[in-house]
Design a binder for this molecule. Structure first.
Ligand code: CAO
Length: 541
């Protein structure tokens, strides 16, 4: 083990603000996991981790100003040697490993060149993007007819790691806009045409002759001039909701994600700039408002309670995994119209077989529980009922059927709930499944699962059978469309037509997304699953 100090990499700007710390002490992080989000007034950027390890200390906090080389955190990295107490002094070494600049926006250089042309219509083009290409335009901040000031934001561009505003190089009136939200742009692409204040529209000046000002280095895009177009662009194409609001790109992005119109938010920053806190404050205030009477009201917030008024309390921060799980649960609960169906599977014969095979399984090095049989039976039922082995596409209009059967198993760990995925369950033997379940379960508890081992599931089994309970309603692990809850096996009297006989009954609950699956589909799936479990010989048919 050794301790690495992770420092701020070259961010192409002097000092920027930490607006989010994405990890906490004790978190296990992978290389490339986001550690921080930084924001200047022109750009926001994520700082990914250069190493894999465990966070042992965090040396910055939200609101701090940081620059290249500022120590961010200490990470315990797997490897030889004892803890290196001199590690912080090695910050520059960590810098060398830190993410390279190419993914961070070059804030100062993102400024298009201002033309020194005295008058005319100027074409404003996309400036140097710090090496990035095919960058998405996520916001067009102005529209035809707008008077813009020098430095006023024209568009907002976004890569997967950073967003940046492109300010106007000169003051003028927008005569046409060449981009719209969603356009993909590269350096030199035309953004818009500006009629420069005081210009005679009929006397454009070739801006190719215009030198770039000192503030905008040669890497910035040149401006050009040409005859103004006579046709005007339809306003509806370019009108942007937040165009005349002063807010940084991260705030704009958050507002878009949350569906908040920034016009409604009062900015408390300099020149009325809307900060993240302003946005959060606005959302909190809205959430605190009573839901509108009638349909369509927002979900009323649960009021905050001071529990210490009623007795002693202890507070504990939720782990990151716990918070993520909670978010996913809320998202799935709110998005998926759930139906849960219950049944008992008669596994008397399966249990007799399993018990008879336990000793042999042990010789093979595996513990034979009911779970691998359940996996195998579910795989067969999923193959026979493709609607369950599917997902709804994001467009809400397409169903994606999967020709593979990967099944996740919910594992409750001290840090939170994780769902490792067993691949190609239909092609594996019971022993293989038992071994893989045990291995992934252990890895989950040791927090050693990789992201790949938790992805690609088609269906999930949540087994509480080893713990207890007679039934529960599991939440669908979206974008999967169904989940099987397994409760504790019990011996129950079952009527066989002439008498009650004791049978080992396994309580099952099947929750499904009613947008993708109907009750009839679920009935058929459940009946088949029960059939496979009641007589596992059917699995080989
Ligand atoms: N009814 C009765 N007994 C059951 C059973 C059931 N449905 N399912 C398992 N058991 C028994 C097993 O046979 C085993 O008994 P023995 O030790 O006597 O053989 C015992 O319960 C414990 O089983 P297990 O939990 O070790 O093994 P598993 O294969 O059932 O589960 C794994 C593997 C990784 C899922 C498990 O280790 C685990 O983490 N379980 C917790 C499940 C969980 O957290 N669910 C949370 C879901 S929250 O939505």
């Amino acid at each position: 083990m050794s301790i690495e100090t992770v420092v701020v990499p070259d961010i192409g700007a002097d000092e920027v603000e930490v607006i989010e710390v994405c990890v906490a002490v004790g978190d296990t992080i992978e290389a490339e996991d986001s550690l921080l989000v930084l924001e200047s007034d022109k750009a926001s950027m994520e700082v990914p981790s250069p190493v894999t390890g465990k966070v042992v200390a965090i040396t910055i906090k939200v609101g701090d100003q940081v620059a290249q080389g500022t120590a961010i955190m200490e990470v315990e990295v797997e490897g030889a040697g004892a803890v290196d107490s001199a590690a912080p002094a090695e910050a520059p070494a960590a810098t060398a490993e830190a993410p390279v600049q190419e993914e961070a926006p070059v804030v100062e250089e993102a400024q298009p060149a201002a033309s020194a042309a005295p008058a005319g219509v100027q074409v404003v083009t996309v400036p140097d993007l710090g090496g990035a290409s095919d960058v998405e335009c996520i916001e067009v901040c102005v529209s035809v007819g707008d008077e813009v000031e020098e430095e006023q934001s024209l568009i907002v561009l976004e890569t997967d790691k950073a967003s940046m505003e492109v300010p106007s190089p000169v003051a003028g009136k927008v005569v046409s806009v060449a981009l719209k939200t969603g356009s993909t742009v590269n350096v030199g692409d035309v953004i818009l045409e500006l009629e420069v204040a005081g210009a005679a529209a009929s006397a454009p000046v070739a801006s190719a002759e215009a030198p770039a000002p000192a503030a905008a280095p040669a890497v910035a895009a040149p401006t050009q001039s040409f005859e103004p177009k006579t046709e005007t662009q339809p306003r509806s194409e370019v009108v942007e909701k937040h165009g005349d609001v002063y807010a940084g790109p991260a705030v704009r992005m958050l507002a878009r994600e949350l569906g908040v119109d920034l016009h409604a938010v009062s900015g408390t920053g300099p020149r009325g700039r809307v900060s993240k806190d302003d946005l959060h404050g606005y959302i909190k205030a809205r959430m605190a408002q009573p839901a509108a009477s009638g349909v369509g009201g927002a979900i009323p917030a649960v009021p905050a309670v001071d529990f210490s008024k009623f007795g002693p309390v202890r507070e504990e921060k939720m782990s990151k995994l716990h918070r993520l799980t909670a978010e996913n649960m809320s998202r799935n609960w709110l998005n998926v119209p759930h139906v849960t169906q219950f049944d008992d599977a008669d596994i008397t014969d399966l249990e007799a077989f399993r018990t008879s095979m336990k000793a042999e399984a042990e010789k093979q090095g595996v513990k034979l529980t009911p779970l691998p049989f359940l996996l195998k039976a579910c795989a067969a039922a999923l193959r026979a009922n493709p609607k369950f082995n599917a997902s709804l596409a994001a467009d809400g209009e397409t169903i994606v059927y999967k020709d593979y059967v990967h099944i996740g198993i919910a594992v409750d760990t001290p840090a939170g709930l994780v769902v490792p995925v067993i691949r190609d369950v239909d092609q594996k033997s019971i022993y293989q499944l038992a071994a893989e379940t045990a291995e992934l379960g252990q890895k989950a508890k040791d927090r050693k699962l990789t992201a790949a081992e938790m992805q690609g599931g088609c269906f999930t089994i949540s087994s509480l059978g080893g713990i207890g309970g007679t039934g529960f309603t599991p939440i669908v692990n979206s974008p999967e469309v169904a989940i099987l809850g397994v409760s504790k096996l019990d011996v129950k009297p079952v009527w066989n037509g002439s008498e009650f006989v004791p049978r080992k009954m396994l309580p099952l609950s099947l929750s499904y997304d009613h947008r993708a699956i109907n009750g009839g589909d679920a009935g058929r799936f459940f009946t088949q699953l029960g059939g496979f479990l009641a007589d596992i010989r059917r699995l080989v048919l």
